[in-house]
Design a protein around this ligand. Structure first.
Ligand SMILES: CC[C@@H](C(=O)O)C(=O)SCCNC(=O)CCNC(=O)[C@H](O)C(C)(C)COP(=O)(O)OP(=O)(O)OC[C@H]1O[C@@H](n2cnc3c(N)ncnc32)[C@H](O)[C@@H]1OP(=O)(O)O
Ligand SMILES: [Co+2]
Length: 134
């Protein structure tokens, strides 16, 4: 793993939180993107070498809707940049982590993503992400 790519924060209302984080960082988000397969609408802020991803649920079955119900707004996951997501999934499985999707899926901001179950990572949901080459 190379670096923290982004920190995902679950929010109830993306517009309200875009405004709040825009004031906090002193600059606006650089994009909004909906990822239908995850049931989320996201926005991204650049903070130095890392990003903050705000996530709003778009349906009641979304992992974000469930998280908000159980825990309320707050840090939802930490995403790490990897060069070769297939190799990293294989390595992490061999190390005993539970990989939630062994086939990487299309995430936001031009990434292939995979998740590790928080029960195997001290209660923190881990996302792996690899830049999609254009
Ligand atoms: C936009 C795309 C992408 C990107 O490009 O960046 C994203 O970031 S998408 C983000 C949203 N997608 C995901 O989170 C996908 C992976 N998550 C899952 O598959 C599920 O959420 C889960 C982690 C397997 C949990 O699902 P489920 O078992 O159905 O949820 P429960 O509500 O029943 O909770 C069970 C258990 O797990 C704890 N939990 C749930 N979410 C988290 C979390 N984010 N961090 C830490 N712990 C979490 C929950 O509290 C329950 O624990 P116990 O109460 O101890 O049983
Ligand atoms: Co993410």
């Amino acid at each position: 793993m190379k670096k923290i790519e982004h920190i995902g924060i679950a929010v109830k209302d993306l517009e309200v939180s875009n405004n709040l984080f825009g004031k906090l960082f002193g600059k606006p988000h650089y994009k909004i993107e909906e990822v239908e397969s995850e049931g989320v609408r996201t926005s991204f802020f650049d903070i130095g070498p890392n990003k903050i991803e705000l996530l709003e649920a778009t349906n009641p079955e979304s992992p974000i809707a469930k998280f908000l119900e159980r825990k309320g707004e707050g840090v939802h996951h930490i995403a790490y940049a990897v060069d070769d997501i297939i190799a990293e999934i294989k390595r992490l499985k061999e190390e005993g982590f539970t990989v939630l999707n062994e086939t990487p899926k299309k995430g936001a901001d031009n990434k292939l993503v995979a998740f590790l179950h928080p029960k195997t990572t001290n209660g923190v949901l881990v996302e792996l992400c690899q830049e999609i080459e254009s």
